[in-house]
Design a protein around this ligand. Structure first.
Ligand SMILES: Nc1ncnc2c1ncn2[C@@H]1O[C@H](COP(=O)(O)OP(=O)(O)OP(=O)(O)O)[C@@H](O)[C@H]1O
Ligand SMILES: [Mg+2]
Length: 262
């Protein structure tokens, strides 16, 4: 199932993925339009996270291809895809509890770094080598209004933040790579109150418009998400069962049935 998109930033072609005998992805085809917000919906276990993992290089598909800006990236490692501008956030924010909010943002420049990278990075922060990253991080935290909410972002630790603020911190970190082109988010408003959830989606829209960044967002709370999206795809049992305008996808009888357990 593929919408006719003139110049997609990302194309998934015939991707299948097995876990043992379970076919988690079953011939997935989709195209992600450049500079837009696309939603990926579907009931639990339909294959959304597996698809994100295949796109970002965490998992290799058993068959099929992933094409980014016209280049086949199926064989590339996750860090190589990150360097091309494919960035992701996690459903459960992966924050470093011993780093400040500001430092947690700065490390986003390096993807999902391990402990060693973080230590080296802190040293260069200390010596002022990372001034540009620092300034960029302050800019993003300001734009997402975390700076005004938290006041001392150089001191505050992630555990002091509300669930919604942690989600905002994940987003500010996703903006840190020098040139993010495609940001993929796994449930950015899960567990967030409705007011902040709307704010988070407004931010996503604003960043999309301001920087021309493409967003692919997995989200269950369609009541909130639908008004902020340009396109949507729905998955069920490892297949894409609908794609197009978000409201028409939501109203598609096959999609409704899949959510009702059909
Ligand atoms: N590492 C794994 N090993 C074995 N089975 C897996 C693994 N990861 C996912 N699965 C299975 O693959 C199917 C798709 O899972 P996936 O996590 O992609 O679904 P999802 O659409 O993201 O669901 P949710 O909405 O609950 O996050 C499920 O049946 C799941 O149990
Ligand atoms: Mg998932």
């Amino acid at each position: 199932m593929s919408i006719d998109i003139p110049e997609p930033i990302l194309e998934v072609r015939g991707v299948s993925k097995y876990f043992g005998n379970l076919k988690a992805l079953d011939g997935v085809d989709l195209s992600i339009p450049r500079g837009k917000v696309t939603l990926l919906i579907g009931p639990n276990g339909s294959g959304k996270t597996t698809l994100i993992n295949v796109i970002t290089g965490v998992l290799r598909p058993d068959s099929g291809r992933v094409v980014f800006e016209g280049v086949d990236i199926t064989g590339l490692e996750a860090h190589e895809r990150f360097r091309l501008g494919i960035v992701r956030t996690f459903q459960i924010p992966r924050l470093f509890q011993n780093l400040s909010v500001l430092e947690n943002t700065v490390v986003g420049r390096y993807g999902n770094p391990g402990e060693g990278v973080v230590r080296g990075l802190l040293r260069s922060l200390w010596y002022g080598f990372e001034r540009t990253s620092h300034e960029d991080a302050l800019g993003h935290l300001d734009y997402l209004r975390l700076k005004e909410q938290l006041v001392d972002i150089g001191e505050r630790r992630p555990r002091e933040l509300s669930g919604g603020q942690m989600k905002l911190l994940e987003i500010s970190r996703a903006l840190m790579p020098s040139k993010p082109k495609l940001i993929i988010m796994d449930e950015p408003i899960a567990g967030v109150n409705p007011v902040l959830a709307h704010e988070i989606f407004s931010f996503i829209r604003r960043v999309c418009a301001r920087d021309g960044i493409t967003f692919l967002v997995v989200e269950h709370r369609l009541d909130i998400a639908v008004e902020y999206a340009d396109y949507a795809y729905a998955m069920h049992l490892g297949k894409v069962i609908a794609g197009g305008d978000p409201r028409s996808v939501l109203e598609d009888p096959r999609v409704i049935e899949s959510y009702l357990g059909g």
